[in-house]
Design a protein around this ligand. Structure first.
Ligand SMILES: Nc1ncnc2c1ncn2[C@@H]1O[C@H](COP(=O)(O)OP(=O)(O)OP(=O)(O)O)[C@@H](O)[C@H]1O
Ligand SMILES: [Mg+2]
Length: 273
């Protein structure tokens, strides 16, 4: 051993660094989606690096959930492609889709807790489906419940929980398998300001332990509180992409009030091309 690396070792190291560099990158390229004649997403181009916290905002019907449905492979675009790492999300067979989904944690807008299972069982269920060992489940479920502050409610059924607690249970369920990417679609909908803040703090805590977070929200106060990247959709178009955005940015107001040809002028993110 002379302390020098062989060419093979050097090649391995380079590959490793390239791999690390590209890890968890999400790319939307020219994504368009129609439901019937309704153009719901119009030429979305977007890159999210591993480890980012991104808030996705826009009025009801702007296309936030649709963008998420495409990202998780539940819907297909009419045009364009989405990649996450080396997964081509827009062209995956069922098996690959299953593996890909295990990488994700998803909090759906309409909750989807199983009513006849307790909080503990709801969270454990995801792991059981993935054939995780009992030992691992017994360790991971209380950890996830503790992180969201629901350990003392683990034997309750969903209809015995408040709205905020239900959301926390959904988050615990989404992160129990330690996904690299957490997608939360309006997890603060219909909550009071205090519960909303608690949920956002939980998301920030999850982000801090090296998880990419995509957070769809209407909540302008929370967007201002988070102060991280903000992407705005308006009628299916990406009209703004700010690194430390706030909801109240003048530019956003301008975009929202502008006639459609002005929206063209103010599109950010074109320089991502
Ligand atoms: N499965 C579907 N079939 C037909 N149209 C749909 C479907 N899903 C969504 N849409 C339409 O696509 C548009 C965007 O909907 P989407 O749910 O993505 O909006 P959103 O930004 O998530 O709104 P919200 O803030 O209310 O959740 C709406 O006009 C909606 O009616
Ligand atoms: Mg939605």
């Amino acid at each position: 051993m002379n302390g020098k690396m062989s060419n093979n070792e050097l090649a391995d190291l380079t590959r490793f660094h390239l791999y690390m560099y590209y890890y968890d990158v999400i790319i939307f390229k020219n994504i368009s989606k129609k439901y019937g004649d309704n153009l719901v997403l119009d030429d979305i181009n977007l890159t999210i690096e591993g480890g980012e916290f991104v808030s996705l905002i826009g009025h009801s019907g702007a296309g936030k959930t649709t963008l998420i449905q495409l990202l998780i492979g539940a819907e297909k675009p009419d045009f364009g492609f989405i990649t996450v790492d080396d997964y081509n999300v827009t062209n995956m067979d069922r098996n690959t889709l299953q593996y890909y989904r295990r990488k994700l944690g998803i909090v759906f807008q309409d909750l989807k807790l199983l009513p006849k299972k307790t909080v503990y069982e709801n969270v454990a269920f995801v792991m059981e489906v993935c054939e995780t060992s009992d030992e691992e489940i017994k360790k991971a479920v209380p950890e996830a419940l503790e992180l969201v502050g629901l350990l003392d409610r683990m034997n309750q059924f969903p209809d015995q929980l408040s709205g905020g607690e239900k959301q926390k249970a959904c988050i615990a369920r989404a992160i129990v398998h330690r996904p690299r990417l957490l997608i939360a679609d309006e997890p603060t909908g219909n909550l009071d300001p205090e519960s909303t803040r608690e949920i956002v703090d939980i998301l920030l805590k999850i982000h801090a332990r090296d998880t990419t977070v995509l957070f769809a929200s209407h909540d302008n106060q929370m967007i201002d509180y988070i102060r991280k990247r903000v992407i705005m959709l308006h009628e299916g178009r990406m009209v703004s992409d700010e690194q430390e955005g706030t909801y109240e940015l003048d530019m956003l107001k301008q975009v929202m009030n502008a006639p459609s040809q002005m929206v063209e002028i103010h599109i950010d993110g074109e320089d991502e091309e």
